[in-house]
Write a protein that binds this ligand. Sequence first.
Ligand SMILES: [Zn+2]
Ligand SMILES: [Zn+2]
Length: 411
Amino acid sequence: MNEILKEAKLIEDEIIQIRRKIHREPELGFEETKTSDLISKYLNSLCIETKILATTGVMGLLKGNGSKTIAIRADMDALPIQEENDVPYSSVVPGKMHACGHDVHTAIALGAAKLLSKMKDKINGNVKFIFQPAEETTGGAKPMIEEGVLENPNVDAIIGLHVDPDLNTGEIGFTNGKAYASSDMFDISVTGKSSHGAEPHKSVDPIVISANIINALQTVVSRNADPLEPLVITIGSIEGGYARNIIANKVHMSGIIRMLNEEKRDETVAKVEDIARCIAKSMGGKAEFSRIAGYPCLINDEKILKILKSSAANIVGEENIKNVLPTLGVEDFAYFLKEVPGCFYKLGCGNKAKGIDKPIHNNMFNVDEECIAYGIAVHVNTVINFLNNDLRKDLRYKKILKNMINYSDSL
Ligand SMILES: [Zn+2]
Ligand SMILES: [Zn+2]
């Protein structure tokens, strides 16, 4: 067994207890006060200084020898779901549950902090631990960045993980490049003119207008978008009308746009708005459109992915490294990747033999806790490999090599 994994196994029980403690008392976005407290106290006990950012977020800094800094990010918030698991550490808070594994992410980052603090003399740089609130709602990453979490010292690279029940414990998943979608939320209000249902000629029917808008919006996907570029437009809610024999005066719809092409994002939203407005107008009504821009597209950095992948292979073996396709789900780790190079990976947590196979956000979601030691070991090994290999030297070497090749080509 790999040495770092052995070390992680030694602290596994302690970290599982921390995970269970967080699991029992889930807290929603920007309300993670108990979790935040637990994290600060634990890091302080390891002589890691901490700072509170973005209401409940925690930043810990482990100072090593050297000027490079790598960050490990974990999210802390739970979901408004009633837990149905019957385990000794089930949620004791009605209607709240860690159904996305953020309890596990937090525990793993604390485990990594413990191992790294023991070897800080041997690492050539600093490690920043970023525990962010509210990944499930409006996002804690952006406010933490705005409050300077990536500065003092400046972060050179960042890594993070998400548990994945579709992968078995002991498997690690990677997605090259674009991994999670950008998100835009929109509202369309259609105004018409009401009348008796039997006298449509005296009305402007917003329900008929809305039906046309909904149909036409799908042509943005089928006729405007490049068929090789994923795009989803979903109208998730629609309301309007009073009774079967009354033509309504107003309809309200709301929906989402998800895509992997950040450059086409504004153009796509504008097209949706245009279709809504023009169809309403052409039928004698009016449509108002509003957009709330959500998380950006998450794009993994090629170089950091390479370091992470080989570090993970040291821990779980090459055969357990899996390719994971991109998703149109979202993840606010994307904000960190807009600032610094980094990589987000998937930690297998499924185990069919143990009956652990529920998807995330399910009220019976759970993880095979054996995944925790793997997560700790992959984080730690990546930190060591990043800090102790001088990439800059590597790049210089490549440049010299390239010049030599060009020189020999010209001979
Ligand atoms: Zn989630
Ligand atoms: Zn999540």
